[in-house]
Design a protein around this ligand. Sequence first.
Ligand code: SAM
Length: 204
Amino acid sequence: MQKRLATDIFSEWAVIGKDEGMEKGHLNSVNEMLSIVDSSLKSGFSAIDVGCGNGWVCRKLSNDERCRKVVGIDGSKEMIEKAKSIDSNMEYYHALLPEWKPDEKFDFVHSMEFLYYLEKPLEMLKEFYNFWIRPEGILIAGIDFYLENEDSHSWPERLNVHMTKLSIDDWKKGMLDAGFKDVEIHQVATKEDFIGTLVIFGKK
Ligand SMILES: C[S@@+](CC[C@H](N)C(=O)[O-])C[C@H]1O[C@@H](n2cnc3c(N)ncnc32)[C@H](O)[C@@H]1O
């Protein structure tokens, strides 16, 4: 059976309200990710959330008084429509990655549970470095589908969608190869039955 596009699946999720469960499921990991970057965010920072879903992380960032501008981008039309329906003043783009590039660079690129849907996620790290992030800017990304998280290995078959499975070392090497410095690898929101969200962080 031909694989489905991730964006089609998430469009269906937006229509049936499953984006809200996803938001709850990702909240602890994103909170930990935001505390990792907190001391790197200066007053007046700009941010973009890549694979923003219904825009909940954009709304969260916009509540940070240091945040001057926040933008969300997602390849699912329904997710973007939902995000705009919740807050029509926020800036959202409906676009497919890796082809799309922003018109400007950002101080902070954030992404939760998006990268592994790409065929070549490590190439996307290079795109981020070269075209998305300002000098001295930062990237943080959360990843639940990875080699060391064996419980995640059944997901591509279950959803009939492409996911690129990489190890923690692959991701770390990918960050360094893309040019990032001060690279950090974390596993956050770990529980008895969860090895944790893999978090990759780096500065330009
Ligand atoms: C697992 S969801 C995570 C959404 C959000 N970050 C959150 O934590 O709730 C992955 C998101 O990535 C988007 N996505 C997947 N592949 C994409 C692509 N090639 N281009 C743009 N967006 C994509 C999907 O539409 C979906 O909204």
